[in-house]
Design a protein around this ligand. Structure first.
Ligand SMILES: NC(=O)c1ccc[n+]([C@@H]2O[C@H](COP(=O)([O-])OP(=O)(O)OC[C@H]3O[C@@H](n4cnc5c(N)ncnc54)[C@H](OP(=O)(O)O)[C@@H]3O)[C@@H](O)[C@H]2O)c1
Length: 356
């Protein structure tokens, strides 16, 4: 039983003892009405605990991997999953920074120590992804939850190298990790879960003029073929290399980040279609979520591009979401009760549907 639940149970026990004391004095009017209120309170608490436990399909044997969890949203998701009593493999491309993030979490919340593990992962490197897969297999015999969170964004220039970096990390990085870990996702009556941390900037409404993209999405969904999505991403990079991105109707701003997220969304839909027919006991639920705008390092190069004063001015117009709140949303999606599981959806942070 995790710490929070244990505390709740301890509280119920204490209140029950208090109610026994009141019972022995229940001949007095005050004690009797106090007892009634207390009894109702205890029943409600116990009911909440019971319902909570019924919805709680996971245990410390449930293993989650979070990519890019040395800082920002990823770090907060890793902590939130651990707080819920899930065994978490936090990952980072830089081992020292990754371990420091785990250490600081454990320093602040020592009860997380037994739940937080670490393994190096650079999503752009086949070898690194393969080593993570071996570690998961050897240490835990598989994995139950994959949170694809790692990403980068550059505001500095529109050069081809930036496009390659962004698409390699945000899109091919996500598919590389997912395809490698798919065979490791464990069969269970609760279903394994994949969460793609995406963004509303990747919604198709931002690509209305791009007839090629629209046609290719239909083709990818019809054939349930992720290689078609890879080909779209490669065609985009060729267009950038040839300086054709404007005439080919790729996004007009946010440079390559927007494209990386639209490709991630299309991949999510294709993967969801591929996995939809899996039988009970072997289900894998996959969804994408936009966590909302958060003040993280992802946006740091924006300040470098427009200057601190302009960045401050624009920041005042944004409805920022606290990182913790976004992390709770992603965690809730990953831990949805079995009878409420979603599949093939793009969600806002309140877990409401968003159009792809
Ligand atoms: N911030 C927002 O407003 C916002 C809005 C919508 C969606 N999102 C999404 O939320 C997710 C988390 O972003 P964030 O805001 O928390 O950004 P962040 O603070 O910059 O964190 C990004 C994480 O990804 C890691 N990463 C980058 N390249 C990697 C690679 N090749 N291999 C492994 N890890 C790598 C970073 O590691 P390093 O420290 O080594 O760079 C870092 O841990 C992203 O998917 C982002 O697109 C963010």
């Amino acid at each position: 039983m995790d710490t929070q639940r244990q505390l709740q149970l301890n509280r119920i026990t204490k209140l029950t003892t208090k109610s026994h004391c009141l019972e022995s004095r229940s001949h007095s009017h005050t004690a009797s009405s106090e007892l009634q209120i207390l009894t109702r309170f205890i029943i409600n608490m116990a009911r909440a605990l019971l319902f909570d436990m019924a919805a709680r399909w996971w245990s410390e044997k449930t293993v989650a991997v979070v990519t890019g969890s040395n800082k920002g949203l990823g770090q907060a998701i890793a902590r939130e999953l651990a707080r819920n009593g899930v065994t978490v493999v936090s990952t980072a491309r830089d081992t020292a920074r990754g371990l420091a993030a785990v250490d600081s979490a454990v320093k602040e919340e020592p009860q997380l120590k037994e739940f937080l593990h670490f393994h190096q992962l650079d999503v752009t490197a086949d070898q690194s992804v393969a080593e993570l897969a071996s570690y998961l297999q050897d240490t835990f015999g598989g994995v139950d939850i994959l949170i694809n969170n790692a990403a980068m964004q550059k505001f500095q220039s529109e050069v081809y190298e930036d496009a390659v970096d962004t698409i390699e990390t945000n899109y091919f990085g996500t598919t590389r990790v997912t395809e490698k870990l798919l065979p490791l996702l464990r069969a269970s009556p609760f279903g394994a879960r994949i969460v793609m941390v995406s963004s509303q900037v990747g919604q198709m409404e931002n690509f209305e003029q791009n007839e090629y993209l629209k046609a290719k999405i239909q083709e990818a969904l019809e054939y349930k073929d992720e290689k078609i999505v890879d080909a779209i991403a490669r065609k985009y990079l060729e267009d950038v290399k040839a300086g054709r991105e404007k005439e080919e109707n790729w996004a007009k701003n946010l440079f390559q980040y927007r494209e990386s997220k639209v490709f991630m969304n299309i991949y999510t839909r294709v993967l969801a279609a591929q996995l939809a027919s899996r039988p009970e006991g072997h289900k894998i639920y996959v969804n994408a979520i936009c966590p909302g705008a958060m003040k993280t390092d992802l946006l740091s190069s924006f300040k470098d591009k427009v200057g601190a004063a302009k960045a401050e001015e624009l920041s005042a117009t944004v409805r920022w979401t606290p990182i913790e709140k976004s992390a709770t949303a992603v965690t809730s999606l990953a831990l949805l009760p079995v009878n409420e599981c979603l599949h093939g959806k793009f969600l806002a942070r309140d877990l409401e549907d968003r159009p792809w």
